[in-house]
Design a protein around this ligand. Structure first.
Ligand SMILES: C[S@@+](CC[C@H](N)C(=O)[O-])C[C@H]1O[C@@H](n2cnc3c(N)ncnc32)[C@H](O)[C@@H]1O
Length: 259
């Protein structure tokens, strides 16, 4: 299907840099490699090549969720795709699941969760800052359009919440140990919690609080290291640079009642 006006696309330059653009009749994509008229892309096929005003080549594609997440506007730290991929699998987010999310931020994790739970799932997402909720809502709309299965709520997951029977809970808040009571009351028996924590002292505090409830088993802490490789002729080696640290991931599974 050819690109239409209003489509979100990604321009990729020779060096693999990604630039998000929404196609508009008469619009222009500008970069330090010259500009490209949007009209030359409207009507073209995904994967086509365009040449900029100064003769530079760009490939044009539909952005993947990863392209979008890494290039969308943000005003908080985000959970990176390398961690998101593991969160979705380890926390077993499934189509139709009911998910509690604490700490919406820019909406990066929320985007992936919404896509995984699908139209039959439900996500209730809390943040203590209305400006973050508004910011994330804009990011979500730009990529997903309408999200009727999402409820964004202003409030703290450290306080009791009214919703019950979540299959999964995902926390990216500074002190998730303060949310343990909320997890106990709102997660369904057998439900899974995942907390994302940048610092190991936070991990210790969260794991201690979770264990004290005696209501969780399978408490597990992991860290995801991703290393990509450079393959060019005889130079076949890991890249010199990598993301050294993002965060730790703690997972636990809730029992029917404390042991
Ligand atoms: C690092 S950001 C989350 C980023 C998000 N996971 C993403 O991928 O874009 C942390 C967010 O948690 C929110 N927050 C802090 N304390 C909270 C609480 N007690 N309950 C809910 N949200 C909270 C902050 O306002 C902030 O927006």
């Amino acid at each position: 299907m050819v690109f239409e006006e209003g489509t979100l696309v990604v321009f990729i330059d020779r060096q693999g840099r990604h630039y998000l653009q929404r196609l508009q009749a008469g619009g222009r994509f500008h970069s330090h490699r010259g500009y490209v008229e949007h009209d030359r892309v409207i009507g073209a096929n995904p994967g086509s090549t365009v040449i900029s005003s100064i003769g530079e080549e760009f490939f044009v594609l539909h952005p993947t969720l990863m392209d979008y997440t890494m290039n969308m506007p943000r005003k908080s730290g985000i959970i990176y795709p390398k961690d998101t991929g593991i969160i979705l699998m380890w926390a077993d987010i499934f189509p139709g699941s009911r998910v509690l999310l604490g700490g919406v931020g820019s909406g990066a994790l929320l985007l992936a969760v919404l896509r995984y739970v699908g139209p039959t799932g439900q996500v209730v997402a809390y943040d203590v800052r209305q400006d973050m909720l508004d910011y994330a809502a804009q990011n979500l709309e730009n990529y997903l359009g309408e999200t009727p299965n999402l409820t964004l709520k202003l409030g703290s997951v450290y306080e009791p919440i009214e919703e019950r029977d979540f299959d999964r809970a995902l926390l990216d808040v500074p002190e998730p140990w303060q949310a343990v009571e909320t997890l106990c009351s709102s997660l369904t028996p057998g439900g899974i919690v995942c907390a994302y924590l940048p610092s190991i002292t936070q991990v210790d505090a969260f794991v201690t609080a979770v264990k004290q409830t005696a209501a969780f088993i399978l408490v597990e802490t992991i860290e995801v290291l991703l290393r990509d490789w450079h393959l060019a002729g005889k130079s076949v080696r890991p890249n010199h640079r990598m993301v050294g640290h993002t965060g730790f991931l703690v997972f636990a599974r809730k029992l029917e009642r404390p042991r």
